[in-house]
Design a protein around this ligand. Sequence first.
Ligand code: DX5
Ligand code: ZN
Length: 221
Amino acid sequence: MKDFLIAPSILSANFARLGEEVDNVLAAGADVVHFDVMDNHYVPNLTIGPMVCQALRDHGVTAPIDVHLMVKPVDRIIPDFAKAGASIITFHPETSEHIDRSIQLIKDHGCQAGLVFNPATPLHYLDYVMDKLDVILLMSVNPGFGGQSFIPGTLDKLRQVRAKIDASGYDIRLEVDGGVNVNNIGEIAAAGADMFVAGSAIFNQPDYKAVIDEMRGELAK
Ligand code: DX5
Ligand code: ZN
């Protein structure tokens, strides 16, 4: 079977007991912790910073932490997240004056680097950086909030990026974020994604393992 990664977004977790929530979702079979960083400037919401990432590491979380930066300007915060234990750091091209430099900054700090595309962000930003990316993240909602509906046009964009990755020969993860649930994860995988962020679909259910098992069942079809 293809190697699929499920990355619960802790945006929908109970922040009053975050360590326990992360422990529970990892015990339920999650592969990666998706960590949404919002600045009330680039996106209209305000969430968590490097201190919380460090707190999860200090709590004993050893799973990869996938830091999704929705912060402008982005460069200043990259080293702080690397030092706080981020494994993957992704950012939106609109938040960087020098995209290549920001990617290099992430890699120089020992993390995997990814570029994030909003629903209306064109793919041409990929043209000169494919060789440097570990992850391409397609947003399937406009960033800022959990619990929104998957934008169907993302499927075609996923197919386009999957074709680009396959043609490039590079080992790049294709991540999708927003509105992913048990009912649509199968067609999202069929369109080429291999890493799935899901916030409300997991954390709004009482039994995280049941949801993740159902998602894996859909992916195995
Ligand atoms: C949105 C965030 C997502 C979000 C996903 O800006 O990047 O990670 O939390 O939440 P759901 O799965 O509820 O759409
Ligand atoms: Zn996210």
